[in-house]
Design a protein around this ligand. Sequence first.
Ligand SMILES: [Zn+2]
Length: 280
Amino acid sequence: MSNAPYNGYSWQQRSRIIPAHRKLTGRNQPFEAEPCAMCGDPHRPPGEWHSEDYSEPYAFQPPQSYPLCKPCHARLHKRFNALPGEWELFCLHVEAGGYGSEFVQLRTLPERRALGEEIASGHKVELPIIRARSPGPYWWRSLTLDPESLLAPWARPRPLRPRPDVAAFRLAFEEAGLSDRDSAFLRVHANAPRRTATMRMLAQEAMGKDDPKTANLLYGKLAGRLTSLLQWKPDLRNDGSPVWMSLLAEGWYPPDREYEWTMVPSAAEAARSLVVGKSA
Ligand SMILES: [Zn+2]
């Protein structure tokens, strides 16, 4: 495992998965004797496997974790820095039944470059079938190519720590006696692209003014009330004070932008079903 972040998980968080697997199963690695989940190569080094999801509790089966061969694993991680069309070409190769290891054996680098450029310029490239394989959809087709996904919480399939489920959030929203403004915060946040918003965006859209400080105060208070109702343990700052927003969202500082909050999926799903304009 490389010392790099992936899908919003730090390498430290990622590195805990191997000891966790060992502790849980007593075995050194999952997927023993299973073929590569991408190309189907049966001769996969036993220790080679991949996770899309490093949230706890860790999961050691698809769609969270997959057995992969070395070339597929390396290409998957290198897709962010690959030449235009290169990752797509590799996917087409695998989908034509090629093993990961055969990618560089079957075509020279200039041939692969030329095909990648064709793909990048929008031309349809079809590769001859190497082995019959089951039709898609294939899981690797839903992987993002956005390099921000390496660090951003929106890329995590699950929040780092488990959150209350949709039904629990729905009940808490009912019991909290939400004001129109409370509901607006929740709905605007849930419907933001990638469930992600700054306090400035929330202030503009839920309060109609450019006042991130007040939004932070009011939305934070609402999160605090919901945290008590749900009896959830919030994240703590270094000084031990609670981060009330941590019930509803995971935050991060993107380079060159304001602090962003990504609403957790269960809260967002519950918030999307809030009735518009329903007063407390
Ligand atoms: Zn493979």
